[in-house]
Design a protein around this ligand. Structure first.
Ligand SMILES: [Zn+2]
Length: 114
């Protein structure tokens, strides 16, 4: 699959992608849990900083690796880290406004092939 400019490739999200994502999420949760035990309540500002950084890294990784397909016009588009952070998720879909047709809908997640 290519976008309208043909400069990027996309494909359906596979089970292997989900598995990798699940592992990353698990490590993310473990790091948060471990740092909570080690740093709270004495070093809450350091704890807050660590949570902030790893949350940012997780979302940055997700933003760089996944694109979305408009349910109305099939346009494939990528989103910003902030949009990724704020937009509501529903398993393999995300509620987004399409940059081409301007309609809001549950856009399907696609993997970006680098
Ligand atoms: Zn659209």
């Amino acid at each position: 699959m290519e976008d309208k400019q043909g400069n990027r490739n996309y494909r359906e999200v596979t089970k292997a992608d989900w598995r990798r994502f699940a592992w990353i999420l698990l490590i993310f949760v473990l790091v948060i849990t471990a740092s909570s035990f080690l740093l709270l309540p004495g070093y809450w500002s350091l704890w807050f900083f660590i949570i902030f950084v790893i949350t940012f890294l997780l979302i940055a990784w997700h933003t760089k690796n996944f694109a979305y397909q408009c349910p109305k016009c099939d346009e494939i588009f990528e989103i910003s880290i902030i949009t990724n952070f704020l937009g509501p998720n529903n398993f393999d879909r995300k509620y987004l406004k399409c940059p081409l047709c301007g309609k809001r809908g549950w856009a399907k997640v696609l993997k970006i092939v680098h």
